[in-house]
Design a protein around this ligand. Structure first.
Ligand SMILES: O=C(O)CCC(=O)C(=O)O
Ligand SMILES: [Fe+2]
Length: 321
């Protein structure tokens, strides 16, 4: 018998972690969440407690907007601004180094800042569609809910990393976070390219709703692709490059993609809503001392970079700037 046959086989599916455990057993929740991130770069969180009615309303507004004629939607595209706000039309974004564009269009909502806030130099004003009246209230409500939930999740990540539970609080409270409403239209059999080419997320963590429609896959360390099939309504959370960098890769930012549908689902659109949680723009991303060990020397020694500078660098690579 070869030695590999006696090794326990690592699980090939992500076990959901229930948010009900957060209050009942914070340490247990943090351990389970952290272990999933360390293994996959992803976790699935069930019972997240988000306002379901508001999410449903925001999704209906998004669908109504994407159903508008192309020339109406195009009014909300702001070329040359990195797609930071409003619409990025079909056929613009491509994964880093990809030959074809992604088969998607999306709408970005950012943080609403007070009039004289110093971070205004880093964050544009939101734009809102005139054609869908409830859009702003529902979608910004969803933004605030995900922002708050993201901060809670970061408290569990801080615990897992051996930091103070509140370590991330003042580093993300005014973060340049973005809610992306994604529309992947039906895919013709001969479509060039895929819904979303293989990529890593740039930000700290991503909170994703809507991944029940098949297609999302993560890349395992051996190069194989693993389907991410969350139970209905569950949240998929993944680590982005900024947190990978801060933790010296203790928490990996895992490559993922959205593949085209099987023939029987080609005629269906896919809607998903990742919330890209970012650091405050002036936060310096410098390796955590606790993440540097003899086995894992600092990969970024002398390379501290602000969140804003890092973001700009990365947006150029994906052709959004
Ligand atoms: O649509 C999805 O399920 C994932 C989208 C994604 O990975 C992204 O927009 O960064
Ligand atoms: Fe992504």
């Amino acid at each position: 018998m070869s030695s590999t046959e006696t090794q326990p086989i690592a699980p090939r599916a992500i076990t959901p972690v229930s948010m009900t455990r957060y209050d009942a057993d914070f340490q247990g929740f943090s351990d389970a969440l952290g272990a999933s991130f360390a293994r996959f770069g992803f976790a699935v969180v069930a019972d997240h407690g988000l306002d379901e009615a508001r999410i449903a309303a925001a999704l209906d507004d998004a669908k109504a907007f994407f159903a508008l004629p192309e020339e109406v939607k195009r009014q909300y595209h702001q070329p040359g601004t990195g797609g930071a706000r409003g619409l990025t039309p079909f056929g613009v974004e491509a994964a880093k180094g990809a030959a074809t564009v992604d088969l998607k269009e999306f709408w970005h909502v950012g943080r609403e800042l007070p009039q004289d806030h110093p971070y205004r130099q880093f964050m544009r004003d939101n734009v809102w569609p005139n054609e869908t009246p409830g859009f702003k209230a529902h979608v910004y409500g969803m933004y605030e809910d995900l922002d708050a939930l993201g901060r809670k999740i970061l408290r569990a990540i801080a615990r897992y990393l051996g930091l103070d539970d509140g370590y991330f609080d003042d580093k993300v409270e005014m973060g340049n976070s973005v809610l992306r409403l994604l529309h992947y239209p039906p895919v013709p059999a001969d479509a060039p390219g895929v819904r979303a080419g293989a990529h890593e997320d740039i930000n700290v963590i991503t909170l994703l709703l809507g991944a029940e429609e098949a297609g999302l896959q993560l890349k395992e360390k051996d190069g194989s692709w693993l389907d991410i099939a969350p139970p209905p309504g569950a949240l998929v959370i993944n680590i982005g490059d900024m947190l990978q960098r801060l933790t010296n890769h203790v928490l990996p930012s895992t490559t993922h993609r959205v593949v085209n549908p099987a023939p029987e689902r080609r005629g269906f659109a896919r809607y998903s809503t990742p919330f890209f949680l970012h650091f405050n723009p002036d936060f310096p991303i410098e390796t955590l001392a606790s993440a540097v060990t003899p086995d894992n020397p600092d990969r970024y020694a002398g390379k501290t970079i602000t969140a804003e500078a890092y973001l700009t660098e990365r947006l150029r690579e994906i052709r959004l700037l």
